[in-house]
Design a protein around this ligand. Structure first.
Ligand code: NAD
Length: 324
């Protein structure tokens, strides 16, 4: 039987990897996929070019806050995988209104429609940032939420709203909370593509504070595979952390990127730290490993080299986004 999946935010970085995988050779042959995406500055229709001609694929240009549109789409689908979000922390420091609108009101719009039409599964893609900074150890799914940025606060709000619809109405909500993703097709506002594209353009990169902030890196394909495990085998009302297993300070990451493009530390400018910059995120992914067999498979150094090579070879993809 064919499963009709509605993927919100499918023109963005992770959502487009997810959709290309679903409809690719490694995908689930029995799906039809509709992407709902409003194509903000972060959405890129070119990310969907490889599957545009697939008769199992449809694209709807629209907003997750548009109640009649969302209602109509959810009525026509069996499952929802929800990636759409305002996703860049730095922007949320400058102004949070759009984050509240998309990440919270958009979630509410989807949940209200889901309540009317009872899709079988609703996977909500969240983030490790909802747990806030952890000095030592790793956050588990039962840890309290202590979001530090407006971005993380709106994601935490969407998680809580979604869980309330499971608790109150019995909706089959499954939440994933992943670490920092990296890979191809990521908007050059995010640190890895920003540094790579800036260095490839011969400019200096800005490193926040002392460069000691620690992040755990997850290859986007490992993330996508984990989302599929949750969509197919997860349980209603459950939260699953998805970690990547490679922890690096921003300074260590910068050293690897400088090396990869053949630049030196004279290409780095230490700049004032971001306001409220969380020091460290780390998630324990023992639950999804034990219950669904997840483990990150991509080797970090090889995958980082592949990512850098992709940006080197795809200047026409990112140059319009960086103005270079
Ligand atoms: P992205 O910014 O690359 O893509 C977001 C997509 O959502 C874009 O295509 C955009 O056009 C679309 N969108 C935004 N507002 C919309 C709206 N109102 N209606 C319809 N579409 C809208 O983001 P990403 O990096 O692919 O992240 C996807 C999800 O994963 C987000 O929910 C994000 O919070 C989460 N996440 C990302 C990371 C990461 O490292 N990138 C880490 C943890 C969690």
């Amino acid at each position: 039987m064919t499963t009709r999946i509605l993927v919100t935010g499918g023109a963005g970085f992770i959502g487009s990897h997810y959709v290309r995988t679903l409809l690719g050779p490694r995908g689930d042959g029995s799906v039809r996929v509709t992407v709902l995406d409003s194509l903000t500055y972060a959405g890129n229709p070119a990310n969907l070019d490889p599957i545009r001609g697939d008769e199992r694929f449809a694209f709807v240009h629209g907003d997750i806050c548009d109640t009649p549109l969302v209602d109509r789409l959810i009525a026509d689908h069996d499952q929802i995988v929800h990636f759409a979000a305002e996703s860049h922390v730095d922007r949320s420091v400058l102004g949070a209104a759009e984050f509240v609108r998309t990440n919270v009101m958009g979630m509410q719009t989807l949940l209200a429609a889901a309540l009317r039409h009872a899709p079988r599964v609703f996977v909500h893609i969240s983030t490790d940032e909802v747990y806030g900074s952890v000095d030592v150890g790793a956050s588990t799914e039962t840890d309290p939420l202590r979001p530090g940025s407006a971005y993380a606060a709106t994601k935490a709000s969407s998680d809580l709203l979604a869980l309330s619809y499971h608790h109150t109405h019995g909706l089959d909500i499954r939440i994933t909370r992943c670490s920092n993703n990296y890979g191809t097709h990521q908007h050059p506002e995010k640190v890895i593509p920003r540094f790579v594209t800036t260095l490839l353009s011969g400019h200096r990169v800005p490193l926040y504070g002392d460069g000691g902030n620690l992040r755990n890196w997850l290859h986007v394909q490992d993330h996508v595979d984990a989302v599929e495990l949750v969509r197919k085998g997860g349980s209603p009302g459950e939260i699953y952390n998805i970690g990547g297993g490679t922890e690096l300070s921003n300074k260590e990451l910068t050293a690897l990127l400088l090396d990869a493009v053949g630049a030196g530390w004279d290409s780095v400018e230490f700049v004032a730290d971001r306001k409220g910059h969380d020091r460290r995120y780390a998630v324990d992914h023992g639950k999804i490993t034990a219950l669904l067999g997840y483990r990150p498979r991509r080797d970090f150094r090889d995958s980082l080299a592949e990512t850098v090579a992709w940006y080197r070879d795809h200047r026409s993809w990112w140059a319009p986004l960086t103005g270079s």
